[in-house]
Design a protein around this ligand. Structure first.
Ligand code: TRP
Ligand code: SF4
Length: 328
């Protein structure tokens, strides 16, 4: 069985883009006999950018946990834990930071981009620069073979591979396993305003989103702009609504909407009325499970504590072998 490890930074409730870009795939791997799966919530990684407001992190860990479980991640079939429960992440982070050249970190595209673009936060902190080193510790502690990530995360994984090679070379060992990226197409879904999905634009449909709100967002959602009037023909290939259709509707419905759009025999409202019930049914399924979990889980740290023992033990053995390799 290939060992798969995936983590998410707890920045808030998950949305349809997170589901189709990551979570759906996590659940499929968990339920396949080809993979041994570990899923964790990277609260220390959230701290690298939110160290000024750590009070939001716990609530966000809970949101992510509820979404994980409501979508089918199971603490019985997968190892599920919270990063900060396991101090070995911090210890290996420290050790790996010794062998990581600063230039590798400064070159990371996400580092440069966020430092330039996030004006309201001071990201000149040391921990943020070291983000990929902590991520490397997360991965190699569990001997992960495969790390499912979006393309935007690929440079981080490349650094992890380099750090592993450097460590193994320096100490003439093979204790650390070089992980492989399992790239998922970044989800093609756009926000309901036709722009890139972003919580700060308010254009995302969260898995926990109120159903009436969902209907409203979809009814007013941007379509192919060339369809100004009902009689104007459109092109589903460039319509953000049609990308949602592709994930939710049947082949027959897809054909009906595409043909109807190109010939203007149906309007955008008709087209959306085919889509909306599918999305609503999908979300209602998740939300009814989420309701039950919400009542059960008030403190995510308490809830996951008993599940973190096996991963902590496993990580402890890996750190022991690292210490032995270094002779300290
Ligand atoms: N950087 C990842 C993200 O932003 C989260 C993460 C932290 C992660 N450690 C990881 C992902 C280890 C995979 C493996 O989503
Ligand atoms: Fe988009 Fe459907 Fe309108 Fe065509 S008919 S532009 S696919 S919403």
């Amino acid at each position: 069985m290939k060992k798969v490890l995936a983590g998410m930074r707890p920045t808030g409730p998950l949305h349809l883009g997170n589901y189709f870009g990551a979570l759906k795939n996590f659940v499929e791997m968990q339920n396949s006999t080809d993979y041994d799966t570990t899923f964790f919530i990277a609260d220390w990684h959230a701290l690298t950018t939110n160290y000024e407001d750590p009070q939001d992190i716990k609530g966000n860990v809970r949101e992510v946990l509820l979404d994980y479980l409501a979508c089918g991640i199971s603490t019985e079939k997968s190892r599920v834990f919270i990063q900060s429960h396991n101090p070995y992440h911090a210890e290996l982070f420290l050790i790996l930071s010794m062998v990581t050249p600063i230039t590798w970190l400064e070159r990371t595209p996400s580092y440069k981009e966020l430092r330039e673009n996030i004006a309201n936060k001071d990201l000149s902190n040391y921990g943020f620069l070291g983000y990929p080193v902590l991520q490397t510790a997360d991965i190699v502690l569990y001997d992960a073979d495969l790390v499912p990530i979006g393309v935007d995360q690929a440079p981080h994984l490349e650094i992890s591979r380099e750090i592993v090679r450097r460590f193994n070379h320096l100490y003439n060992t093979d204790v650390l396993k070089e992980p492989q990226a399992m790239l998922s197409e970044s989800s093609k879904l756009l926000g309901t305003d036709g722009r890139k999905m972003s919580k700060s634009y308010g254009n995302v449909i969260m898995l926990k989103q109120d159903i009436n709100q969902v209907k409203k967002m979809l009814k007013t959602m941007k379509t192919d702009e060339s369809r100004q009037r009902r009689t104007d023909a459109g092109n589903p290939d460039i319509c953000p609504v049609y990308d949602y259709h592709k994930l939710f509707s049947t082949d027959a419905e897809l054909a009906e909407c595409a043909t109807g759009c190109r010939s203007a025999s149906i309007g955008c409202i008709d087209c959306k009325n085919i889509l909306i019930p599918h999305i609503v049914a999908f979300l209602e399924g998740i939300q009814s499970k989420r309701k039950v979990l919400e009542a059960e889980i008030s403190d995510p740290y308490e809830f996951l504590a008993p599940h973190s023992t096996t991963s902590t033990e496993q990580a402890g053995r890996r750190v022991d072998s690292v210490r032995r390799a270094m002779g300290i």
